[in-house]
Write a protein that binds this ligand. Structure first.
Ligand code: DMJ
Length: 658
């Protein structure tokens, strides 16, 4: 036993001096038959049975002993590793697993029934837990994605609520809001196969535009698709990532969620407003604030609300003027503002200060800070105190004196989105903003009377007004008006709904003509109705096309309100032209002259191409319940913002914001 039990074989004093062998080595060598019997002899050198000690065993006896022992060892190992529930034996017996001990000792049924009974109970519990988990998983799988998202949001809101301070503010000093996604954030495939294919095609275009930006210009404001590098216009100062923020909601509504997540991550980690640079208040508001707000309302991700409010607060110093009419340009660090040097004696511009309303109302709602809403409501007050020539709003207003600058009026550049925001303020307030409504319909009447004309061949257009004289030119930007008039037609006073729908359709037709009369089937920046031409650009500096959305925007609204298939056809014509002439290997580019037979690319992929042009195209080939108009209003950069529903229980409180 001593020889076997100890780890080393001790050598008897009588034995000759020999190397020390381990039992394992000896067994191994014997077992493998490699050790000659003679080699073992030194241990058993004395054949005399009477001599004391283990060395007196005979060789055969030793073999038998070794065999018995190894059989025993094998049995033990077999029992440990191969009998059922051996793991428990291992953990319970050898490793003294506390889990096993607790279960067996403190379980409700613990008693003297023995370990077999305990095992049964443990197994039964595991089975029960398993079944419960399966049922829960089944339950989860049966839920619709929206329900799941809503549950996650509710849980998040609950956690946020639990961690808020005494004023009901969260860690970012924002009020806790119960996020509820408005309906139609994503759509479904249209039934008609052709429409479905066309919609898929638009998504592929978005993918090409986005992937190219991601590959060549990630983090820059825009992409140069021909030279395959980043591009930054000075409209955004040192703020970066305009394309990312502008594209967020388009990615979401097209269900490009991997791309949306990458964009979200960039916003979270890199979007920085602490810049010592001058920005355009209008551009930053419509693209960045608008883009962030939409991304928040579509996804419910708090990072977007936080960033939108942070940026909104940075824009507030722009309103520090004697009248409260904001500056066009603002240094985000110093808070010092000024106006464009070219704008009529230091005036602010109607389309710029008049295109803050929708975003600022939502900023007040999401931040709990009424200042945003007060600032834009004050703009209305100033405008309503002023006399308007022929009921029209001039493009220039001096923020110091509160007086109009030059009497230029336009529904295109410098004026356009002011009118759009009057109508949409009313719609976004769930039709409770009566002031906005009246201002819109009065202005539209003045525009119709003073600016709308018909060409000799019957094309309706909206001219520009300069001190009482008409310039018979219509900008590509003005083409948005077809969609706006259609959107407002339903609420038009004095039975004018039908008439306004006709006007909208006529403008859509004129703008379509401006496309079809070019060589490349894409519209010029401005077209004229004088000197013997109709809907054609005559000046070289008006022949370019920079991927603008306005014509397609009008097709989308007209399609929604009429379901006349021609609007989808016209949209498809534009898609084919974009693919043929604007698509390049590194994205989509604008064109310098739409009348030239081959395109000369301007090497810029504008951020509004992803925000607006592709979004409106996608919606043109989607069903009406995708971003339905009774729940969503688009800002001027096509960022959908939810209608702020009236609190029906309180007649004196028209909507949450007010
Ligand atoms: C966009 O940035 C907005 O639509 C704005 O109101 C004017 N136009 C450009 C795109 O053309």
């Amino acid at each position: 036993r001593a020889a076997i039990g100890s780890s080393r074989l001790s050598v008897t004093p009588h034995a000759p001096l020999l190397p020390v062998w381990t039992v394992e080595a000896a067994l191994c060598a014997v077992g493998s038959g490699k050790m000659p019997v003679a080699t073992l002899l030194p241990f058993t050198a004395t054949p005399n049975r009477k001599s004391a000690g283990p060395t007196s065993f005979r060789l055969t006896e030793k073999f038998i002993l070794l065999l018995v022992f190894s059989a025993f060892i094998t049995l033990c190992f077999g029992a440990i590793f191969f009998l059922p529930d051996s793991s428990k034996l291992l953990s319970g017996v050898f490793f003294h697993s506390p889990a096993v001990e607790t279960n067996t000792r403190t379980g409700p049924d613990s008693g003297d029934s023995g370990s077999a009974g305990n095992d049964e109970r443990v197994l039964a519990k595991i089975r029960k837990d398993h079944e419960k988990a399966l049922l829960e998983a089944k339950d989860t799988l049966q839920k619709r994605p929206e329900e799941l998202n809503q549950e996650i949001m509710n849980d998040k809101a609950k956690v946020a609520k639990d961690s808020m301070d005494q004023d009901g503010k969260d860690a970012n000093n924002l009020p806790v809001v119960q996020y509820q996604r408005p309906p139609g954030a994503t759509g479904h495939e249209p039934l008609d196969p052709e429409t479905r294919d066309r919609r898929t095609k638009i998504k592929e275009m978005m993918k090409h535009a986005w992937d190219s930006y991601r590959r060549y210009a990630w983090g820059s404001n825009e992409l140069r698709p021909v030279s395959k590098q980043g591009h930054s216009s000075n409209l955004f100062g040192d703020i970066k990532g305009a394309t990312i923020v502008d594209a967020l909601d388009t990615l979401y509504i097209m269900e490009m969620f991997e791309e949306f997540d990458a964009a979200t991550d960039w916003v979270d980690k890199n979007l920085d407003f602490k810049v010592n640079a001058e920005v355009s208040v209008f551009e930053v508001n419509i693209r960045f604030v608008g883009g962030l707000l939409s991304a928040y309302y579509l996804s419910g991700k708090e990072v977007f609300r936080r960033k939108a409010v942070e940026l909104g607060e940075k824009l507030l110093p722009a309103f520090k003027t004697p009248t409260g009419i904001p500056w066009a340009l603002l240094n985000l660090k110093s808070g010092i503002g000024r106006n464009w040097p070219w704008a009529s004696g230091g005036s602010s511009i109607l389309a710029e200060y008049g295109t803050l309303h929708l975003e600022f109302m939502h900023l007040s709602k999401l931040s709990g800070n009424p200042e945003f809403a007060q600032k834009v409501m004050n703009i209305r007050k100033v405008l309503n105190r002023l006399d308007k020539p022929q009921g029209l709003y001039p493009n220039y207003l001096n923020p110091n004196s509160g007086q109009w600058g030059q009497h230029h009026v336009s529904v295109g550049g410098l004026g356009d989105s002011f009118y759009e925001y009057l109508l949409k303020a009313w719609l976004m307030s769930d039709k409770s903003d009566e002031e906005g409504k009246k201002m819109y319909y009065d202005a539209l009447q003045a525009i119709e009377t003073n600016l709308m004309r018909k060409s000799s061949s019957g094309l309706t257009y909206i001219a520009e007004w300069k001190g009482g004289l008409l310039e018979h030119k219509m900008g590509h930007l003005t083409c948005f008006a077809g969609g706006m008039i259609a959107l407002g037609a339903d609420g038009a006073p004095s039975d004018k709904t039908g008439h306004q729908m006709e006007l909208a359709a006529e403008i859509a037709r004129t703008c379509h003509e401006s496309y079809s009369r070019t060589a490349l089937k894409l519209g010029p920046e401005a077209f004229r109705f004088d000197g013997g031409v109709e809907a054609i650009a005559t000046r070289q500096n008006e022949k370019y096309f920079i991927l603008r959305p306005e014509v397609i925007e009008t097709y989308m609204y007209m399609w929604r309100f009429t379901h006349d298939p021609k609007y989808r056809e016209w949209g498809w014509e534009a898609v084919q032209a974009l693919e043929q002439h604007c698509k390049v290997e590194g994205g989509y580019s604008g064109i310098r002259d739409v009348y030239a037979s081959t395109p000369n690319h301007d090497d810029v992929q504008q951020s509004f191409y992803l925000a607006e042009t592709l979004k409106y195209l996608y919606l043109l080939f989607s069903d009406d319940d995708h971003l339905p108009f009774d729940h969503w209003v688009f800002n001027t950069e096509a960022h959908p913002l939810p209608v702020i529903k009236k609190d029906r229980t309180d007649p004196d409180r028209p909507n949450e914001v007010e």
